[in-house]
Design a protein around this ligand. Structure first.
Ligand code: DGL
Length: 262
């Protein structure tokens, strides 16, 4: 029983995984969480596969040593690079990854036009390419790597002219594509979803991976009898490799934003 009260670890390259933490807290408010963001090394997207693997494994090891009962790799880039290796290394620990929410976007209507935004690494990796193969015949799918976008969110710049212009330039080629939906395939992007909506139009549906990942985490913990039996609200602890109070404050602010995302 004591085991099940241990925290769920949530890991990301920086502050973006808080979009997944938010979904986890919404779904399982009685669980305890330890969130670790590697902002000192963000962004992971432009790094080599070897670098992302080494960083991910180092931080996951730290989180397990800190007593985590499960690990949510709340980073599409780290998941695509390393989840298979992590699962082999820690076969008895629930290790939950995230992937771009392409499936719900494709299945949301017949033959939709879907734009997938993500880091270059996520889009290039075999894991996403396999997912793409499954759905590419049922939809028109456009892939958009977004180098430079993560930095805005890491700086806490979630609105404003510079962000609007950056996203405007990035999304301009898709303005005449009559998109049905956009998949936010990086956990940082939900924090700038309002600007993306303003540019693409309110009728474009926005999909993010956090809520599905949270449901999968609950399912896995339930299956293993590891859900926290406590009915009290749990505790969220933040850690960041950039050990400065601003980062922790930014994480808390992001967690409090839009708590009721479904
Ligand atoms: N938040 C991450 C993701 O979901 C990675 C962003 C980055 O560090 O490049 O892909």
């Amino acid at each position: 029983m004591e085991d099940a009260r241990r925290p769920i670890a949530v890991f990301d390259s920086g502050v973006g995984g808080v979009s997944v933490l938010r979904a986890l807290v919404n779904l399982m408010p009685n669980e305890n969480y330890i969130y670790f963001g590697d902002s000192a090394n963000a962004p992971y997207g432009p790094k080599t596969l070897k670098e992302v693997r080494e960083l991910t494994e180092m931080h996951v090891t730290h989180l397990l040593e800190a007593g985590a009962k499960a690990v949510v790799v709340a980073c599409n880039t780290a998941t695509s690079a390393d989840i298979t290796i992590l699962r082999e290394r820690y076969p008895h620990i629930p290790m939950i990854g995230i992937e771009p929410a392409l499936k719900p976007a494709v299945l949301s209507k017949s033959n939709p036009r879907v734009l997938v935004m993500g880091t270059s690494m996520t889009i290039r990796q075999e894991k996403f390419q396999k997912l793409l193969k499954i759905y590419e015949k049922q939809a028109s799918i456009y892939l958009l790597p977004c180098p430079g976008l993560v930095e805005f969110i890491e700086r806490g710049e979630l609105t404003g002219k510079a962000l609007y212009e950056f996203l405007g330039d990035l999304l301009a080629p898709y303005a005449d594509h009559a998109l049905d939906s956009v998949v936010l395939g990086c956990t940082h992007y939900p924090f700038v979803a309002d600007t993306i909506r303003r540019i693409l139009g309110r009728e474009v549906a926005v999909f993010e991976g956090g809520p599905g990942t949270a449901r999968e985490t609950r399912r896995r913990l339930r299956q293993m009898g590891m859900l926290n039996p406590s009915e009290k609200e749990g505790v969220v602890r933040f850690e960041n490799s950039l050990n400065i109070p601003e980062k922790i404050r930014l994480c808390r602010m992001l967690l409090d934003s839009k708590k009721n995302v479904k």
